[in-house]
Design a protein around this ligand. Structure first.
Ligand code: BTN
Length: 262
């Protein structure tokens, strides 16, 4: 798989700058990559697995990881200050959203980085930072894309809210092609972040779900906030106008649109 992936990247004019490791089964590509990072792996190291037995999502959720889907993690060592680094999860979501669009599905990104087609999730991003002496050392960006998906493999509560490239992009089941697309877009968004962080929020917003001005519910830690989604600030935080008029700044959480909002 790794030769094929490198070849696909070269075809796109992008010689991949780091090692690419492929495994049949891992607990989690991100866990393996973090181990490799501790052992000195260079920036742009990629870990891909055919399946994960302990795939992790945001907010402590599991990520169901059957064969056929894409599970990859990339090691970044951002030479950027902490404020810009806070935009990395947004940038990664934008990159994956663009990749899914390039593969033929009309994707949008939901704050902070869920990639949806319509209201169903097709891909997710888990960005995990490691700090050393209060300085950002590295970020492992884990990406899961549902390339093919059999509803039987999903728990009942996820069946109506999940989709795949096969369902949304004219039957596309090319996992390696999806991996190349994701990696290529990640490099573009990452270099943009390093060069001109302000452009990330603008580009992300252009790809985002049309929720602005609508009522949403956001779960963040133990708190649940309800308000009107205003936008994201220059750190990538969600701005939510609460019913009492205050504007809450939510740095991390899970958002969902409320239906009776008008
Ligand atoms: C989410 O939307 O909740 C994020 C899902 C991230 C899943 C990917 S799959 C590759 C990498 N390894 C993991 O254990 N998680 C990420």
């Amino acid at each position: 798989m790794t030769d094929q992936l490198r070849a696909l990247l070269s075809e796109r004019g992008r010689a991949w700058p780091g090692p690419i490791e492929h495994f049949e089964t891992l607990t989690s590509t991100s866990d393996r990559l973090k181990e490799m990072a501790r052992a000195g792996a260079p920036e742009w190291t990629v870990v891909v697995a055919d399946r994960q037995t302990g795939g992790r999502g945001r907010q402590g959720n599991a990520w169901i990881s059957p064969v056929g889907n894409l599970f990859l993690s990339v090691l970044l060592k951002p030479p950027i200050h902490a404020a810009a680094a806070g935009l990395l999860p947004l940038a990664a979501g934008g990159a994956v959203c663009e990749a899914v669009r390039a593969l033929g599905a009309p994707a949008t990104v939901k704050w902070p980085n869920d990639v949806l087609v319509g209201e169903r999730k097709v891909a997710g991003v888990l960005a995990e930072a490691t700090w050393v002496d209060r300085a950002l050392d590295s970020v492992v960006v884990g990406v899961g894309v549902n390339v093919v998906l059999s509803p039987r493999e999903l728990p009942p509560d996820l069946r109506d809210v999940t989709t795949s490239l096969a369902a949304e992009a004219s039957g596309s089941t090319d996992r390696d092609g999806a991996a190349a697309e994701v990696l290529e877009r990640l490099t573009v968004w990452y270099h943009t972040l390093a060069a001109e962080a302000a452009m990330i929020v603008e580009a992300w917003r252009a790809l985002s779900v049309p929720w602005w001005g609508r009522r949403v519910e956001v779960r963040s830690g133990d708190a649940t906030l309800v308000g009107v989604a205003q936008g994201v600030d220059d750190r990538g935080a969600l701005l939510l106008r609460l019913d009492d008029g205050r504007v809450a700044t939510v740095l991390a959480g899970e958002a969902r649109r409320l239906r009776l909002d008008r």
